[in-house]
Design a protein around this ligand. Structure first.
Ligand code: CA
Length: 262
């Protein structure tokens, strides 16, 4: 989009690394490779990739530690590769901060679709509307799409990028019920309906971080915000501050905001 995007593929199994790399190159991406934790961090620092495909189980130190280290200085998007679905649940629960998770074995087509969705979200992150105030019982949750911060009764709530997008999607629906498939399409950008578990585990994680139980489960359907009112406010969002789509993936975002789980 803005020139060629560089993807760092971190994977210690050479056959998978090669297959992923050649597929990504055929899609027009530039690809760099790393095969262990320490070199992943080094290459990420040196190359400033637009996205990292990160295997969880690596020699040196694992993908969780890689994610933590690379996010201390830059909010680079991460797609994490796991061996099992329950590993994904565990990582989401830990708030590791990957933007998406893919369980092995996966099809190259699926990986490419997810990478495109994550890059699209990263690019549009700066094009944001006013803050949303969600009033639920005595509490007020404020969702600011410009800074991508969430506060509850004035205190910061540290959500991962995906958790933020999920909560924002529910708030923007204004209390209407969104199905898991709708949320998968809106937040993750995919259409095949495979990933209901992913939605559920991220919802659990958002719930755990908010003091007010604001998310309503509609059994057999999906989720909605349980709220008295949701209204936009210009109080905090500074109009005119968001930049254009170019440069949003270049890593100029201040780490203090997105460094996340300390
Ligand atoms: Ca591995």
């Amino acid at each position: 989009m803005n020139g060629t995007e560089l993807i760092l593929v971190v994977e210690d199994e050479p056959t998978i690394a090669e297959a992923v790399a050649s597929r990504l190159r055929s899609e027009g991406y530039e690809v760099a490779l790393a095969a262990d934790g320490p070199s992943a961090v080094e290459r990420c620092t040196a190359l400033a990739p637009d996205l990292v495909v990160l295997d969880l189980n690596l020699p040196g130190f694992d993908g969780i530690e890689v994610c933590r280290r690379i996010h201390t200085y830059r909010r680079v998007p991460v797609v994490m590769l796991t061996a099992r679905d329950d590993e994904t649940d565990m990582l989401v629960g830990l708030g590791v901060g990957a933007d998406d998770y893919l369980t092995k074995p996966f099809s190259p087509r699926e990986l490419v679709a997810r990478i495109k969705a994550v890059l699209r979200r990263a690019r549009s992150a700066g094009n944001a509307g006013p803050s949303l105030l969600v009033e639920a019982g005595p509490g007020v949750i404020e969702i600011d799409p410009t800074t991508r911060r969430v506060s509850e009764d004035g205190g910061d709530v540290h959500l991962t990028p995906t958790e933020f997008d999920l909560l924002r999607a529910l708030a923007e629906a204004g209390g209407a019920v969104l199905s898991r498939d709708q949320l998968l399409a809106m937040v993750w950008g995919y259409r095949d309906g495979s990933g209901a578990r992913t939605v559920d585990s991220h919802i659990r994680s958002v719930r755990a971080k908010l003091a007010t139980d604001v998310i309503r489960t509609v059994h057999g359907v999906g989720y909605a915000l349980q709220t008295d009112t949701i209204r936009p406010t210009q109080r905090i969002g500074s109009p005119g501050s968001p930049g254009g789509p170019s440069g949003e993936t270049a890593g100029a975002l201040p780490t203090s905001r997105f460094g996340g789980q300390r």
